[in-house]
Design a protein around this ligand. Structure first.
Ligand SMILES: Cc1ncc(COP(=O)(O)O)c(C=O)c1O
Length: 414
């Protein structure tokens, strides 16, 4: 019997954050080995809780959540999102230009599906959050990567972005605060990027899901305000800032000159209608999340759990003979690199597999974020600080063992 073949569209689609290494970790767990998992930004798995006022708002509305809702999302919730975006300085946003989805994940796909023709190009950061690459490819587009190098604090170079633009380029994606690097983009850089989008008539797509997760005085600048009349889609959600990944609630709002984006807006609405609506129940948490007292700052301020976890990572890298790090200023991750002067031969995938098999620690190699020849890996800041300190002891053991093998390996090739 002929096997059932998957679509060739999937041949270049990857999501290694839940890929082969994670499957190996599951096998090891099934054999009874406890694994320290640092691979996914899933706060509830590390003991963080969704704020009770969000949970209570949902519980109170269970019986009102039994019907399909509006394809763009609950009106009260969309109004609150539009208010937030306008208060941030976004132009042209009203609730007709807000879409609520089953997480930002679903909306990334919808935003690109409504835009792309086969062969269209999308400018993406390298490293990226790999769903952006996957959704570009699945919708017939071609990723073109601009680099966010560690030596530049993981910030992009606007000149490089502009040099990648061709007649096929349609959109420019930013992730700010960034996953995986933790970079937070300064306003002056965003102004340069907006000018590029304006010159080349590109749609700006800005993934701001970590907008309020900031450390040590870092300031988040919403792109929509800088973009003004330039068409811009801003993404946000409950998963991270409100620690509610499982609720699957994200949103996107379309700002800029409404005349230029009217057809695109209608296409988004059509795609939203085809899937009927997002999870109705969880959308009741949006108003209390946006209008209630903020709950994230207690975690990111000095003494807060995320702040201390980040400190443990920075100190772990500082004490290492092999690692370097542009300290994350926001989001839930660090993206350390292995120094070329200490470990000239380095394969991030082989390192991550060895760290898992020898030390029971699961990280994500940098190559999973579309970085060629990566010397980096990503870990989340979600475990307890003590656990992260232990992780760095284990990482150092593996790197030291790899370093000790290098002369022997070099000799073997001589
Ligand atoms: C940059 C970024 N965008 C989007 C998502 C997906 O978020 P959601 O849970 O809203 O689908 C994630 C999840 O980790 C992310 O890191």
């Amino acid at each position: 019997m002929a096997p059932i073949k998957p679509s060739p569209h999937l041949s270049n689609v990857r999501y290694e954050i839940r890929g082969a290494l994670t499957r190996r970790a599951r096998e090891m767990e099934a054999e009874g080995l406890p694994i320290i998992k640092l691979n996914i930004g899933n706060p509830a798995r590390y003991g963080f809780q969704t704020p009770p006022h969000l949970r209570e708002a949902i519980a109170a509305k269970l019986t009102e959540s039994e019907a399909y809702g509006h394809e763009q999302g609950l009106e009260e919730a969309r109004a609150a999102i539009a208010d937030l975006q306008r208060a941030r300085g976004a132009r042209g946003v009203d609730m007709d230009r807000v879409f609520i989805g089953n997480g930002v994940s679903e909306l990334i796909d919808i935003s690109l599906r409504a835009l792309l023709q086969p062969g269209d190009e999308v400018l993406l950061p390298s490293p990226d959050y790999p769903l952006w690459s996957a959704a570009t490819i699945l919708n017939g587009g071609r990723p073109r990567y601009y680099r966010c190098l560690p030596e530049n604090g993981h910030l992009p170079d606007p000149a490089e972005i502009e040099s990648l633009i061709t007649p096929r380029t349609r959109a420019l994606v930013l992730i700010n605060p960034n996953n995986p690097t933790g970079a937070v983009y300064p306003r002056a850089l965003l102004e340069q990027i907006v000018a590029i989008a304006a010159r080349h008539r590109l749609l700006l797509l800005c993934d701001e899901i970590y907008d309020e997760i900031l450390y040590d005085g870092a300031v988040f600048q919403p792109l929509a305000e800088v973009a003004g009349d330039v068409p811009c889609v801003s993404f946000g959600g409950l998963s991270k800032v409100h620690r509610a990944c499982g609720y699957r609630v994200g949103w996107m709002s379309l700002s800029g000159d409404p005349a230029r984006t009217a057809e695109y807006r209608d296409a988004l609405q059509l795609l939203a209608a085809l899937r009927l609506c997002a999870n109705a129940t969880a959308q009741w948490a949006v108003v209390p999340a946006l209008q209630g007292a903020p709950t994230i700052h207690a975690l990111t301020a000095p003494g807060g759990r995320l702040h201390e976890a980040r400190r443990a990572v920075i100190e772990g890298v500082a004490a290492s003979d092999y690692l370097e790090l542009a300290a994350p200023e926001g989001a839930l991750y660090a993206f350390p690199g292995v120094r070329a002067d200490r470990l000239p031969v380095f394969d991030d995938g082989a390192f991550a597999l060895r760290l898992l098999e020898q030390e029971s620690v699961l990280v994500v190699p940098g190559a999973s974020f579309n970085v060629p020849a990566s010397r980096q890996f990503r870990l989340t800041l979600l475990p307890q600080p003590e656990e992260l300190r232990e992780v760095f002891v284990r990482i150092e053991r593996v790197l030291a063992a790899m370093a000790a093998e290098q002369p022997a390996r070099a000799a073997a090739f001589a």
